[in-house]
Design a protein around this ligand. Sequence first.
Ligand code: ADP
Ligand SMILES: O=c1ccn([C@@H]2O[C@H](COP(=O)(O)O)[C@@H](O)[C@H]2O)c(=O)[nH]1
Length: 210
Amino acid sequence: MNKNCLFVGIAGGSGSGKTTVAQNLVSAFSPSDVVLISQDSYYRDNPDMSFDERSKLNYDHPNSIEFELLKQHLLDLANGKSIKKPIYDFTNHARKEEYEVVEPAKVIIVEGILVLAVPEIRKLFDTKIFVDTDADEMLLRRIERDINERGRTFDSVKKQYLSTVKPMFLEFCDPSKRYADVIIPRGGQNKVAINMVIAKLKRFLKKGAI
Ligand SMILES: Nc1ncnc2c1ncn2[C@@H]1O[C@H](COP(=O)(O)OP(=O)(O)O)[C@@H](O)[C@H]1O
Ligand SMILES: O=c1ccn([C@@H]2O[C@H](COP(=O)(O)O)[C@@H](O)[C@H]2O)c(=O)[nH]1
């Protein structure tokens, strides 16, 4: 693999602030230098199921993600090739027909609940970050976001949290914290930690060394 690019993995529970941290990093750079890939784009599609059946699936287990395709896309980007990234619709639990073309860049940030839990993906990263936010705050953020942005009811969020989100977090996501190089407490508002990572990425872009 061409190692002229730097892979940064950002894991953490749902609602921990991974996307916010990743967006803060991206916004400090020119779009041609840094790209952001979300594990969420790679949820498996289940077109043969009804909406009701899809709503009941476990979306927090590693099997729910097409990690083979994510890995292939990361390798393609590292080899200077553009990718056709899937677009996922959380309100329908389904992949959209359209895709987004993503061009290669020197820094590739990958965020998702399981990116440090899956060895095949974890081993690609040069820098591994875990966003560590208290469970009650993650849950409050998730309730608000899922109702406002993902078409859920309070009851559906509560049911899903107790049946899959919490147990899978404890089994897969939280233990992956041990692989992190950097742990960012609280998430998106932690400017000190975010600025330290930005400084590291700027050094890489300037000198080409990690
Ligand atoms: N520090 C924070 N304080 C309050 N709300 C936050 C904070 N960080 C993120 N959020 C909100 O919480 C929700 C989840 O944040 P997000 O960054 O998408 O988390 P994740 O990607 O880990 O699920 C979003 O609606 C976001 O605006
Ligand atoms: O169809 C789906 C797919 C995923 N989810 C939930 O999304 C979160 C992961 O997204 P974050 O942005 O990291 O919060 C995961 O916990 C799944 O439970 C879903 O509800 N429906």
